[in-house]
Design a protein around this ligand. Structure first.
Ligand code: GLU
Length: 431
């Protein structure tokens, strides 16, 4: 079993190598990040105590354009994880054909234990730490796990203060009022819903009333659940760190959304302690059952959507999985050992670098609007997102069918690796 996400990413690359038209020397080059900066971040907390945090920014590959990728705040962040995530960003931007390379940042912290003021100080100190390596044409951060438009506003402000003028284009995922784009917050979830619809069309199956289990009800999972519900699918289970809610007849996704938006946990919702006002409580349908996150993964559903952390579908639980399709909303949720079993069993897996690319696609659209100093309406953003993720889906399917590849991940990696390698070949080796 591969526990290390970086080893897992390398193993995913290795699975694709035999099918990819990539020179072996270039392929070896693609296994190493360009650079990773580690920063020490002393922060005086609101409590008066000084706590020393550790953060990273990995710039994996820039052959196709400026580095791009989110920043996560999480206790389990490690350098290897950030490097794996930066690699996945490289393959993701190449697969959806954005003029970017891949990067990722992370700070080891438990955001739940920090006040808003603490988070602001930590974000500003981290931005100062990585300030020399980011920039609108160099490396453009964005939100990821536990970071949001407010985090991006602090990053943008800190960077701009040093420059002496406003530089909105240095980050994406900003609030609308300071250069954000409509549609960015729900973009990743919207992309997940769009590729699930495309998958069902490809498989000639009807999405209406197909059962869906979504592991994780954060920004990505909740928006994916809401949009799939609106598309006619039947969302039967979802979860957060406190546990999972399951109702074979379908969950009231809107009521759950209102409860979680009001700061509620899934565990409380299942127990009937519902936040989010009367509307959430009134419209709650039947009482859902409390199940564990592990049980959610093995439900007999049409689609399983892991939308939480990496490494949740492994050799240990893959034999118990009963979903007939998996759409990876999280980055790196499936280990290579589990992948091999799923391929063998013909379970279609839409890989993360395709399924969750909606976020970075709309980040790109935000960056372009900032460069043009011009703003687009939501309809234009959503239409462009649909066009771009739809094209990447079709190209992945074409590659899978035409080359008779073992699975969709191998097809997606083959395309991404070939595109990145071609950029390296044109540019050549310096000096
Ligand atoms: N953090 C998101 C991802 O993993 C978005 C990155 C971005 O928008 O740059 O794809």
């Amino acid at each position: 079993m591969v526990d290390d996400p970086f080893e897992n990413m390398l193993a995913q690359m290795d699975r694709a190598e035999e099918y990819a038209d990539v020179d072996h020397g270039v392929f070896e080059r693609l296994k190493h990040p360009e650079r990773t900066l580690k920063v020490t971040l002393p922060v005086e907390l609101e409590s008066g105590e000084v706590e020393v945090f550790e953060g990273y920014r990995c710039q994996f590959d820039s052959a196709r354009g400026p580095f791009k990728g989110g920043v996560r705040f999480h206790p389990s962040v490690t350098q290897r994880e950030v490097e794996a995530l930066a690699g996945w960003m490289t393959w993701k931007t190449a697969l959806v054909d954005l003029p970017y390379g891949g990067a990722k940042g992370g700070v080891i912290c438990e955001p739940k234990d920090l006040t808003e003021r603490d988070l602001e100080r930590l974000t500003r100190r981290y931005t100062e730490g990585i300030r020399r390596m980011i920039g609108p044409e160099v490396d453009v951060p964005a939100p990821d796990m536990n970071t949001n438009p407010q985090t991006m506003a602090w990053m943008m402000d800190t960077y701009s203060m040093y420059e002496g003028y406003s530089v909105p284009q240095v980050v994406t995922g900003k609030p609308l009022e300071i250069g954000g784009t409509p549609g960015r917050v729900e973009a990743t979830g919207r992309g997940v819903s769009l590729v699930t619809e495309r998958l069902f069309e490809y498989l000639d199956r009807d999405l209406s009333d197909a059962t869906v289990a979504v592991q994780g009800f954060g920004n990505v999972g909740s928006n994916a659940a809401r949009l799939l519900d609106e598309a006619g699918a039947n969302v039967v289970a979802t979860s957060d760190v406190s546990g999972a809610a399951y109702d074979p007849d379908g969950l009231d996704v809107a009521a759950l959304g209102a409860h979680v938006d009001a700061g509620g946990l899934i565990e409380e919702y299942v127990a009937g302690e519902i936040r989010g006002g009367a509307s959430a409580a009134d419209s709650r349908w039947d009482d859902p059952d409390a199940i564990t996150n592990a049980e959610l993964l093995t439900l007999d559903v049409d689609v399983l959507i892991p939308a939480a952390v990496e490494g949740v579908i492994t050799a240990d639980n893959v034999d118990d999985l009963r979903a007939s399709a998996i759409v990876e909303a999280a980055n790196g949720p499936t280990t290579v050992a589990a992948d091999e079993v799923l391929t063998e069993r013909d379970v279609q897996v839409v890989p993360d670098i395709l399924a969750n690319a909606g976020g970075v696609i709309v980040s790109y659209l935000e960056w372009v609007q900032n460069a043009q100093e011009f703003s687009w309406p939501l309809e234009t953003v959503n239409a462009e997102l649909e066009r771009r993720i739809g094209t990447a889906f079709d190209e992945t399917i074409e590659q899978y069918d035409a080359k008779g590849l073992p699975d969709l991940r191998t097809a997606a990696y083959t395309l991404a690796l070939e595109r990145t390698a071609t950029a390296h070949e044109y540019r050549g080796l310096f000096p």
